[in-house]
Design a protein. Structure first.
Length: 379
């Protein structure tokens, strides 16, 4: 469990930090003030600030800023990071020394939109980086007519068909078939040939699932087309395929675009399922504990698998953060659209703040409920 927690913290910390880095860079480039950019979460361990062309240490967490410089801090809770953009929380400093000209609230709508969307964009970018590195190392993929370097060939379950022996026996999509009756295979053609004359016979299929070997007992059914024995699962030859760095960058970008599209469809089906009351949809949602368990599983399988999972997680968090829900970046962007629609008239800070607060509390409540369910599910 300790490995799961450490892996989870490292992966999520990188994703969160990169997200906040997107907000920070975009704000700086657009001339918007940034009061503080921190590595980790408060309380602050140490901070530095450039003032009058000199760097100085910041010792107090309560120090008030009156100039346009940024505090760069190292904080005690080593989990991601944060950025405090000047005026983004709607606060006002009633002090003549405080210059609000570079405040977030004083900027044009398009500038605020870019800053809010930059975190999501950076999460997509880091997913492409993770996948590009994975392609350079050797990413597990279906083997076709490719001249790339293929290592660790194996047979993987692409789909388990309902009602078939493999489904009834508990075989899962993603399982790697190692052997049948202690006869080991690394090629789909050889496995099919072995099953050919075994229709109706009981076999023991050894699979690898998240680096754990499992024996599955099933009875091969008959293929109606040729009479051969089949387990009722679609199998593919896979292997780790590596590419040169310049090709890996392109494949990383391409895969990120494809995955983003697929995850968007999955989010649509998820929301649709929740609206019409499909109970299975809610069961498929994982909270921090579930994600931690999955992180450990992928880490056990190898670094390249962990990179692939981190990319998927980064894309998922990017899309979730862009949903038009209060307290999320997407929810704040909705208020920008409302302001634009009203001819520049902003929604009351008090009203917007209350809506975001309620939304935040609802999200925290849902997070707690999902986490409790994960405890019973995984332990």
């Amino acid at each position: 469990m300790i490995i799961a927690i450490i892996s989870f913290i490292v992966v999520l910390a990188i994703i969160i930090f990169v997200h906040e880095l997107g907000h920070f860079i975009s704000a700086k480039r657009l001339g918007i003030g940034v009061d503080e950019f921190g590595l980790g979460f408060p309380p602050r361990a140490i901070g530095i600030q450039k003032k009058e062309d000199k760097w100085r240490l910041i010792k107090s967490n309560r120090e008030v800023q009156y100039d346009k410089s940024t505090i760069y801090s190292l904080n005690w809770i080593p989990f991601g990071g944060f950025v405090k953009i000047k005026g983004s929380a709607g606060e006002e400093k009633k002090d003549e020394r405080y210059d609000e000209s570079d405040s977030f609230e004083k900027q044009k709508v398009w500038k605020r939109f870019i800053v809010l969307a930059a975190g999501v964009f950076m999460n997509i970018v880091v997913a492409a980086v993770f996948l590009a590195i994975a392609y350079m190392i050797g990413l597990p993929t279906a083997i076709g007519d490719d001249n790339s370097n293929v290592i660790d060939p194996q047979i993987q379950v692409y789909e388990v068909k309902d009602g078939m022996p493999a489904f009834e026996a508990g075989m899962k999509t993603g399982d790697v078939i190692l052997a049948i009756d202690e006869n080991y295979f690394t090629n789909y053609t050889d496995l099919v040939a072995y099953q050919k004359d075994k229709a109706g016979q009981d076999v023991v299929v050894k699979v690898s699932r998240f680096a754990e070997e499992i024996n599955i007992n099933l009875t091969l059914t008959t293929n109606e087309e040729n009479g051969s024995g089949i387990m009722g699962a679609t199998l593919v030859n896979t292997g780790k395929v590596s590419y040169p760095w310049y090709t890996s960058i392109w494949y990383g970008i391409k895969s990120t675009i494809i995955l983003t599209g697929k995850i968007l469809v999955a989010f649509y089906l998820l929301i649709k399922g929740l609206i019409i009351g499909q109970s299975q949809v809610a069961a498929d949602i994982a909270g921090p504990i579930g994600i931690a368990v999955l992180t450990k599983s992928f880490a056990d399988m190898g670094f390249v698998y962990l990179l692939q999972f981190a990319a998927l997680l980064s894309i998922n968090l990017a899309i979730f953060n862009f949903l038009p829900l209060p307290a999320l970046d997407g929810g704040r962007i909705i208020f920008l659209f409302i302001e634009k629609f009203r001819g520049g008239k902003k929604v009351s800070r008090k009203v917007e703040g209350m809506i975001h607060t309620v939304g935040f509390l609802v999200l925290i409540g849902l997070l707690v409920l999902v986490s409790i369910r994960d405890v019973f599910k995984f332990f």
